[in-house]
Design a protein around this ligand. Structure first.
Ligand code: NAD
Length: 435
């Protein structure tokens, strides 16, 4: 099949590369010329395990074409995926400017009857608006479908090649048939298609993220109750997870969720409900609990060291919003580091992938107070405490004797509950979330 993917970010690049990997000819189109030029030379704009190998192989074979020319792409393909960003607008709604601009680009360049598939996360009804915009501005027949993406940053290639499910929303058999044929090599083991109407498909993506965010905020709230009562949330998790109706997954307490999806999608769903006359009370609290949870680590530091942190230096392990990505959008590290610097502290920070992105995101006024280093142990040299924010595997089992030597005080704030209380027997003060 010949396919165009518009938008070469996390979703567009990974899905485009994976479609190509399955033998399709794929045009990946982006308006960002620097990104496209880099990709033509196999330079990835994001860190994602196994991505570069697939891109290299498919480009060499001639089946993966990076271009800024949507015309060239649409001249040679009639299945068009829209995978542009849908960032948060000021009022919390999804900003659909990129979506409608891509729709206009399609209308201006389409050269045959086509299926337009909205892969971006969009509010209910958007896919039909995209169809209307294209159909009203071109002379070809435009069929549409919704096909939300469920890949996770950090394991995006694997998620894409081996999806749990493929949700397709369409209003006719032709669209279902084309997409089932395209995806069948991804689900050869057993049928994982979930077919539905377009609006339910759009909604499904928001609900999946809202449910996951709810699990996290729920468990963080429980952690905070554990903390004030003397219970241990790690034990509580094991106790409740053994109930099959609850399960062990995604009920870890920690220092809050971030990333480009959960915060924006929860807010967008609250907004969708609101503009349709319904107030989403649970979701509003999920968001509220998370904003508070991101402050918990800095509050613990203040409880231990006082509110004047002048003369103190803290070593930070992990800046990315989660392991195996360089993405720092809405990351807890931003909240913690800004709060500590505003109280006078200096920071030494280490993350194997996310330093460059963090420098761009944190704000120039903070940069003078942060020293970025190249190894986990350099980050704690002469520091008053270690603060762990992202649970990269290299932080799980460090040399605690070396930590004792390098830290000025043997204090650890563990924002992801990865350390065993036993380290207190080595003289460490350990502060965790809910235990
Ligand atoms: P991103 O910001 O990483 O990439 C979007 C890309 O689209 C950018 O490269 C931008 O230059 C390009 N673009 C914008 N307008 C364009 C146009 N008119 N023509 C061509 N290119 C254009 O975004 P992302 O993280 O890949 O997310 C894309 C969508 O997928 C969003 O709706 C997001 O919510 C959703 N999603 C993201 C993830 C994730 O983990 N990042 C997972 C599932 C779904």
């Amino acid at each position: 099949m010949n396919i165009t993917v518009i938008g070469t970010g996390y979703v567009g690049l990974v899905t485009g590369a994976c479609f190509s990997r399955m033998g399709n000819k794929v045009y990946c189109v982006d308006i960002d010329e620097a990104k496209i030029n880099g990709l033509k030379n196999n330079i990835m704009p994001i860190y994602e395990p196994n991505l570069v190998e697939i891109v290299e192989r498919c480009q060499k074979r001639g089946d993966l074409i990076f271009t800024t020319s949507i015309k060239d792409a649409l001249d040679d393909s009639n299945i068009i995926f829209i995978a542009v960003g849908t960032p948060m607008a000021e009022d919390g709604s999804a900003n659909l400017d990129y979506i409608f601009s891509a729709a206009q680009d399609i209308a201006d360049n389409i050269s045959q009857d086509s299926l337009v598939v909205v892969k971006s996360t969009v509010p209910v009804g958007t896919t039909f608006k995209v169809q209307e915009k294209i159909q009203n501005n071109c002379n070809f027949n435009v069929n549409v479908a919704s096909n939300p993406e469920f890949l996770k940053e950090g394991s995006a290639v694997n998620d894409c090649l081996r999806p749990d499910r493929i949700v397709i929303g369409a209003e006719n058999d032709e669209a279902f048939d084309i997409l089932k044929e395209l995806y069948s090599p991804f689900v050869q083991n057993h049928d994982r298609f979930v077919l539905m109407d377009v609006k339910s498909s759009e909604m499904t993506k928001y609900v999946a993220n809202a449910m996951l965010a709810t699990k996290i905020s729920f468990m963080n709230e429980i952690a905070n109750i554990c903390e004030v009562t003397g219970a241990n949330v790690k034990n509580v998790r094991l106790g409740i997870g053994s109930d099959k109706r609850i399960g062990y997954d995604f009920i870890y307490a920690g220092c809050g969720y971030g990333g480009s999806c959960f915060p924006k999608d929860v807010k967008a769903l609250i907004n969708t409900a609101h503009v349709n006359g319904y107030e989403a009370r649970i979701l509003s609290q999920v968001e509220e609990v998370n904003l508070n949870q991101k402050k918990v680590l800095a509050n613990k530091v203040v409880d231990r060291f006082g509110s004047d942190l002048n003369g103190r230096t803290f070593g930070i392990w992990g800046l990315a919003f989660k392991p195996y990505t360089n993405d720092v959008r809405e990351a807890t590290s931003l909240t913690v580091i800004r709060a500590l610097i505003e109280k006078g502290a200096k920071i030494k920070a280490y993350d194997s992938q996310a330093i460059d992105e963090f420098k761009k995101a944190v704000g120039n006024e903070y940069l003078n107070s942060i020293e970025f280093v190249n190894s986990r142990y350099d980050a704690i040299e002469d520091c008053d405490a270690l603060i762990l924010i992202t649970e990269w595997k290299e932080f799980r089992n460090p040399d605690f004797d070396l930590l004792s030597e390098k830290l000025k005080e043997k204090v650890i704030f563990d924002g992801r509950n990865i350390y065993d209380k036993k380290i207190t027997e080595k003289g460490f003060e350990l502060y965790q979330i809910g235990c």
